[in-house]
Every structure is written in structure tokens, then in C-alpha cells.
Design a binder for this molecule. Structure first.
Ligand code: DP6
Length: 342
């Protein structure tokens, strides 16, 4: 059978997906809005093969076998696609990220978007963008936002067939940048999937949900109007709201009682305070963060050089700082590579 290769970019949420109403189907508690990231992409090839007795999942250019937990997540997702196509064949899967794991960008969004697209193409399943987004969502929620191009909104619904992502604006609509600063290379303490489960414990979660409809409207409108100030203020407040929920969700870990989850590292906090200082000095910059210590600075293209200098001088204040800095622009959605490119 044919070998199909797909490319998908990771995405950065401006309104976060934090909390689910259905954990098996990845149905989110709220709509979210994101942008695809130009320099963070996954390339995945899939080939179904009748001689295989199980799926074979290989990672990176050197083709190292995937660990059992990742392999079973991929096979479970392939099962959904096999069911859709009414086939039982196993597959060879080769997947590679353009960015190192541990740079603070989750690879599950680009990974499951690329896997969905490549596997559907290999099985000649002719699905619409909406159907691909729904399918990718079942692999990892945020993956549904990596299917459409540019700036994207994912709709919350109790019905699986109504929870998909759709474009708000094309990638070239607005030349804003994401400067990703990974301050730590170590694995985060709690996965996003586990973090989603704790959200309802926080007494502040209902307040967060109540504030989101207005914030979604403001952020959607600000993207369309290219209104950087409103956009930045809402995006920054939104990121803090996610972390407030995480920090106020008591739970147990290794039998110890913990009052909440702290995703930040000392360098994270220094960067958040520095962002406020840079703003006071006249730079147009706001931050956002996902469930980890990595800081994303959002700025107009015109501020890039000054901000990169400011970040580098902050980094050089301590020799032990091994930050990984990456610049991302709004990027296209998932696509199939033609055979010559692959
Ligand atoms: C904090 O999509 O990784 O990055 O659906 O369980 O795979 P699962 O979760 P995932 O959650 C991402 C959470 C976030 C915010 C966001 O990207 O919207």
C-alpha cells in the first residue's frame, strides 16, 4: 500500500484548553484560540503493510523504536482510523520533530495532527478538514488546532461531531511573533492530560469558565483587527488564569498531599517580571505559558531584534542558564507532502 507523509506544526494557545468535559473523547470545557508555529513541526510517514503483526513505530532520523507508552497511544489512534476505513492492517510509522523534545513545545499537537493526516491519506480516506480535526482531537485535544491554517478556534461541544477547529485568519494576516524561551530541558512534573483532570478541583475553575466567553470574543476580535494591545493584555491574563487553576488544585502525589501544581521555575518568573519591565521601557511585548516552565513572548515583528537582545542579556546574567530560544511565525495547517519531497 502507498506510503503517505504529512507535516503538521505545533500550535500556541492564546485562549487555553484547560479542563475537559469528556476525557476519553478529549471534549474541552471551553473554546480555545491558537496560532500554528512555523519552526515547530512534525513530519510523519505511514505505510500499512499486510505482512506486519503489530504496528511498528520509529522515531527520529535514526529510526529508534518508540517507548511502549507512546507506541500504544499511536496504535490506539491508528485503531480509530482503521475503524473509519474498515481495515485491520498494521502500519509502519516514522515520525520526526523539527524541534527537540524538552524545548518546552508539546509535540502531541503536531504529532497527532500529522499522524491523522498521513494515516488517512495512506488508507485513501477522503475526509474534510473538519473531519480530520475531529479525528486528530481524539488523539490529543490540541492536535485538532494544528489541522487548519494560521489563527484557529476550536469549539467546545458536548457532541463529538461538533468539537473541531476552524481558521479565524490566514497565517499572513498578522506579522506577530512568538519567541519561545525554554528555560529547562527536564521533563515537566505533570503531563497536560493529568493536569486537565485536576482543573475541577480548583474552587476558581467556575470563575475561569465564566470569564472565558468575553475573553474569547476580545481575542478573536483583536486578531481580526490586528489590535496588539487588547490582544496582548487578554492573552497574558489568560495564561495566568491557567496557572492559578493549576496552583489551586490540591491533590496527592506519591502519597504526599500537595496544595497545587507549580509549573514555573525561578527563571520562568524572572522572565515574566522582565517582560513587564520591558513593557514599561516601551517595548510591545506580552507573555503566555502552557502547562510548563517555557515562556512565550508575543510581539510584533518590529520588536524582534530588541527583544532577542534583551533576552540574551538576561540569560547571560547567570552562566548556568542553558535557555533554548526559538522564533516562530504564524504557520500553515497540516498537509500531505508529495512523494518527491518525502
Ligand atoms: C496547556 O492537548 O496536550 O497546552 O488532550 O490530554 O492530549 P490532551 O491534552 P493536550 O493539552 C494542552 C494543554 C495546554 C493548553 C493548550 O494547548 O490549549
Amino acid at each position: 500500500m502507498r506510503k503517505s507523509t504529512a507535516v503538521a506544526h505545533a500550535n500556541l494557545a492564546f485562549v487555553k484548553y484547560w479542563g475537559k468535559i469528556d476525557h476519553a473523547l478529549n471534549l474541552p470545557a471551553n473554546n480555545s484560540i491558537s496560532m500554528n508555529l512555523s519552526n515547530a513541526k512534525t513530519t510523519t510517514s505511514v505505510q500499512f503493510d499486510e505482512s506486519l503483526f503489530g504496528d511498528e513505530i520509529l522515531i527520529g532520523s535514526e529510526g529508534r523504536p518508540a517507548n511502549p507508552s507512546f507506541s500504544s497511544r499511536v496504535s490506539n489512534h491508528l485503531d480509530r482510523i482503521r475503524k473509519e476505513a474498515n481495515v485491520t492492517l498494521h502500519a509502519h510509522v516514522w515520525t520526526e520533530n523539527s524541534f527537540a523534545t524538552g524545548v518546552g513545545i508539546a509535540s502531541s499537537a503536531s504529532g497527532f495532527a500529522a499522524l491523522t493526516m498521513a494515516a488517512c491519506h495512506a488508507l485513501e480516506l477522503d475526509l474534510s478538514e473538519k473531519e480530520l480535526s475531529i479525528l486528530a482531537r481524539k488523539g490529543s485535544g490540541s492536535a485538532c488546532r494544528s489541522i487548519p491554517s494560521g489563527f484557529v478556534e476550536w469549539f467546545a461541544s458536548e457532541k463529538s461531531e461538533e468539537s473541531f477547529a476552524r481558521q479565524i485568519a490566514k497565517p499572513d494576516h498578522w506579522d506577530i511573533l512568538d519567541i519561545t524561551i525554554a528555560v529547562s530541558q527536564s521533563e515537566k512534573k505533570m503531563s497536560s492530560s493529568a493536569g486537565h483532570k485536576l482543573t475541577t478541583i480548583s474552587p476558581f475553575f467556575p470563575t475561569r469558565l465564566a470569564t472565558l466567553p468575553e475573553r474569547l470574543n476580545l481575542i478573536r476580535r483583536a486578531i481580526l483587527d490586528r489590535d496588539f494591545e487588547t490582544f496582548g493584555q487578554e492573552v497574558e491574563t489568560e495564561a495566568i488564569s491557567l496557572h492559578l487553576i493549576a496552583m489551586s488544585s490540591p491533590h496527592k502525589d506519591s502519597d504526599a498531599w500537595l496544595s497545587g501544581v507549580y509549573y514555573w521555575m525561578p527563571d520562568t518568573l524572572e522572565l515574566l517580571i522582565a517582560t513587564q519591565d520591558w513593557r514599561k521601557d516601551g517595548l510591545q511585548v506580552y507573555f503566555t505559558l502552557d502547562a510548563g516552565p517555557t515562556v512565550h513572548l508575543i510581539c510584533p515583528d518590529s520588536e524582534k531584534d530588541q527583544l532577542l537582545d534583551a533576552v540574551s542579556s538576561l540569560q547571560s546574567q547567570r552562566s548556568e542558564r542553558l535557555w533554548n530560544v526559538m522564533v516562530n511565525r504564524p504557520a500553515e495547517g497540516a498537509y500531505i507532502m508529495n512523494q518527491e519531497e518525502a
